[in-house]
Write a protein that binds this ligand. Structure first.
Ligand code: NAG
Ligand code: NAG
Ligand code: NAG
Ligand code: NAG
Ligand code: NAG
Ligand code: NAG
Length: 723
């Protein structure tokens, strides 16, 4: 026998009908998979992943964190042939295909009068090297016949990206070993990247049930890593039938822990709850587990197309990291899972040498991050988009702003002092200080020849208002934390930070996206100047905030990317214009999310990159910062009055918000909102207080604070940083 068989008694096979009461918001199911002509429409298929490996269910490829092939103009995720994409050659009378986001599992059930096939696929949270499939064949008609279920195997042992050899093939496993074919850059990547794939071979004769057998369970293990020893060890452990149950139950309980650690609950709108659950699931399954027994691995970024896609230069952004990571996805992760936010920042820190080199390359100082980043941190923007790579520089400020929000949420001094956080903050500020020029005419500092977030402004403009804002914040942050980092910010930098030129139309009281921007006739790709209001919270009065929103909305083209409308939602909630907010909120997700698995597309009508987790991140920000009214600054966490309920919801609950070591649940209803303090980290050097009617009181564990929705709540450290 060329395959592993484990006893069916390990699994209890129960014929259940889905419980729509409890499962509806966490189960995404269909009896007909999405097809494109005669092939599965993989763009609309869900994935399983754990931040180390991910695969679109039934697709041809698996991807591994940090494994890229190609040079600086062609780098993309290296395609590992899928070991989980066989097909049962079986005509079912009923079938169902379900993604269970609460357990990070995909389940296929096929059935006719005689037999039932149930396959369960998951990427283990417990051991991240593992992708596992359990197949249970169950006899339904007791006719004493031998049952043989043939399969189309689809096994591939070669890859365009990896020079695989079949290093071993026996009854227990196949081992593919190889290296990527091309290095991204020979200064920062000394050699091709190794990868080892151990997997259980399929039964060549198909899946079988002997005449007397009622049920049989097959276990298929795939173990992938850059270290052979580790891949082998995990494979051997997981292939041992005695561990199979435990690996499955740990996986489920670790996913449960993720959701109990932090989650958004909507009472009274199941459809919206589904959207929130799937958006979080797709982001979280591209991030490392909150807790795992695998050794810690360097995280290599969060791409707009997730870890499960990007095996071609032109496909779903090739697995590259852009500002999407820090500006769009990160904020919805930070408040619930600050450790994962730190992992995201660790990617940029790990590639600091390239960032330093990239600054020098252009004649600047400090760290300049590339527009597109993959394995080494050299700019991997595809050939043909050189102008974008050259001029779209705000990313360095976006990363600094993410660092600012991390510090604001956690007060993590250790990160600043000894984990390169302080260097990240200081060196990005240094870049901006070297990047500006002084204008004698304006008596202000300017940043010339940049491409703003709105890429329709190609190739470049002067004084992108968004870029200037993140540059100013970047220098201000370095100063703010300097008593901790012991890196003194020169007075000259501060002078720059507070005297940067901001293009502004005095007549209409509106920010200009860049110098000379025509507020009447320009078409823009996406949210840009409106980002000053949120996420940047740049100081401005309500009139300007409103003008920015109203002027830029009609200029934004309908074919722009998904996340724009979330920012308009947040803006109109700030201004208390509920109808407009609601209209943009629905637009932000209904236009871009495709059934049955709630896959996000970059642009409407199912077009553009998938699974566009940038859009999912923007949407979650609209829920958290828009309806939830949460504002995070270096000084405090605030609930801005009034927090609101989206759609027809009766309650909005944020479970497990983390702020400076405290764990908070925020519950919002029509009249009131409540903060329940569920935990306090007693090691927190800065004790927290909450303000009420201009007085402050200590925040202690197990208290509940209740406020009418029109009241402002502020929680802050008793002592500010460097005050
Ligand atoms: C459907 O498949 C065709 C042929 O492979 C491809 O050209 C097209 O882009 C696919 N459509 C979608 C929406 O993926
Ligand atoms: C890519 O690398 C080559 C060789 O080092 C270099 O000449 C080229 O300028 C690089 N391209 C970009 C976009 O950095
Ligand atoms: C989904 O997974 C959870 C475990 O987190 C489990 O309790 C639930 O029964 C599963 N639902 C279905 C329909 O399999
Ligand atoms: C940008 O500023 C430079 C220097 O002031 C000027 O020469 C150039 O015309 C400006 N370009 C645009 C597009 O405004
Ligand atoms: C802006 O407009 C106001 C009147 O609306 C005027 O008083 C002021 O001088 C203008 N400022 C500039 C810099 O043009
Ligand atoms: C508090 O600090 C002590 C000593 O540094 C450490 O052993 C302990 O794990 C910390 N507790 C928490 C909850 O972080």
């Amino acid at each position: 026998m060329l395959f592993l068989v484990i006893l069916s008694s390990l699994f209890v096979v129960v014929r259940t009908v889905q419980n729509h009461q409890t499962g509806f918001t966490t189960i995404f199911t269909t009896n007909r998979l999405p097809w494109n002509g005669s092939v599965l429409d993989y763009r609309m298929m869900p994935y399983v992943g754990n931040g180390h490996v991910a695969t679109v269910v039934f697709s041809d490829f698996i991807y591994m964190n940090g494994l890229y092939n190609g040079d600086n103009g062609t780098s993309h995720r290296a395609r590992i042939p899928s070991t989980l994409n066989w097909q049962f050659l079986f005509h079912p009378s009923t079938s169902s295909f379900s993604l269970n986001v609460s357990s990070g599992t995909f389940t296929e059930i096929l059935e006719n009068d005689e037999v039932r096939i149930e396959q369960r696929i998951f990427a283990s949270q417990e051991y991240t090297e593992l992708l596992i499939s359990h197949v249970v064949i169950t006899r339904l008609a007791l006719n004493g016949r031998k049952i043989v279920l043939p399969t189309r195997i689809n096994e591939q042992v070669t890859s365009d990206d990896i020079d695989f050899v079949v290093a071993a093939r026996n009854e227990q496993y196949v081992l593919l070993s190889g290296k990527t074919r091309q290095v991204e850059n020979n200064q920062f990547q000394l050699e091709q990247l190794p990868v080892f794939v151990y997997y259980t071979p399929l039964p060549v004769n198909g899946f079988e049930l002997d005449p007397q057998e009622t049920s049989r369970t097959y276990l298929f293990v795939t173990s992938i890593d850059s270290e052979q020893e580790r891949a082998k060890r995990r494979f051997e452990y997981a292939s041992n039938e005695r561990h199979s149950d435990q690996i499955w139950s740990s996986h489920v309980s670790l996913w449960n822990d993720v959701w109990s650690n932090g989650r958004v609950e909507i009472v009274g709108d199941d459809e919206l709850q589904r959207q929130i659950n799937s958006a979080f699931y797709y982001i979280l399954s591209s991030l490392p587990p909150l807790s795992t027994r695998s050794e810690h691995k360097q995280f290599y970024g969060l791409s707009p197309g997730s870890l499960s896609r990007g095996g071609l230069v032109g496909e779903d952004y090739a697995g590259h990291s852009f500002w999407d990571t820090e500006t769009w996805i990160y904020p919805s992760i930070l408040l619930f899972y600050p450790n994962l936010a730190k992992e995201m920042l660790s990617y940029r820190i790990a590639l600091r040498d390239s960032a330093a080199d990239n600054a020098r390359l252009f004649g600047y100082e400090g760290w300049r991050y590339p527009w597109e980043s993959a394995r080494t941190g050299v700019d991997v923007t595809p050939d043909g988009y050189l102008d974008i790579a050259t001029y779209q520089q705000h990313i360095t400020g976006d990363i600094s702003f993410a660092a600012r929000q991390y510090i604001a949420a956690t007060g993590d001094r250790k990160w600043l002092m000894s984990e390169y956080g302080g260097d990240l903050v200081y060196e990005t500020a240094r870049f901006w200080a070297s990047r500006v020029v002084y204008s004698n005419e304006k008596k202000k500092y300017e940043i010339l020849t940049v491409l703003p977030p709105d890429e329709d402004a190609r190739p470049f403009k002067n004084n992108s208002v968004f870029t200037n804002a993140v540059a100013s914040y970047s220098i201000q942050l370095a100063h703010r934390v300097s008593c901790i980092t012991k890196k003194v910010v020169p007075q000259h930098w501060l002078d720059i930070a507070f005297n940067l030129y901001f293009p502004f139309d005095n007549a209409t009281q509106t920010h200009l996206e860049y110098d000379g921007f025509d507020l009447k006739n320009t078409i823009i790709k996406q949210a840009d100047a409106v980002l000053l209001g949120f996420p940047l919270m740049w100081p401005m009065n309500k009139e300007v905030r409103r003008n920015d929103l109203l002027f830029y909305e009609p200029l934004t083209r309908a074919s722009g990317p998904a996340m724009t409308w979330s920012m308009h939602t947040i803006g109109f909630l700030e201004l208390n214009d509920l109808d407009k907010a609601q209209q943009f909120f629905r637009r932000a997700y209904e236009t871009y999310v495709q059934p049955p698995y709630n896959i996000w597309t970059e642009i409407p009508e199912s077009l553009g990159a998938v699974n566009f987790i940038t859009g999912a991140g923007g949407f979650l920000q609209a829920v958290i910062f828009g309806y939830g009214g949460i504002r995070l600054t270096l000084d405090q966490l605030e609930v801005m009055p009034p927090p609101r309920l989206p759609n027809q919801a009766e309650k909005l609950i944020f479970h497990g918000l983390k702020y400076h070591g405290s764990i908070l649940d925020l519950t919002i209803d029509n009249q009131n909102y409540h903060i329940d303090v569920r935990g306090m980290d007693n090691n927190n050097s800065m004790s927290l207080v909450y303000e009420y009617e201009q007085e402050h009181f200590p925040l202690t564990n197990n208290i509940r604070l209740s406020y009418p929705i029109n009241t402002r709540l502020v929680i802050r450290p008793l002592m500010h940083f460097c005050a």
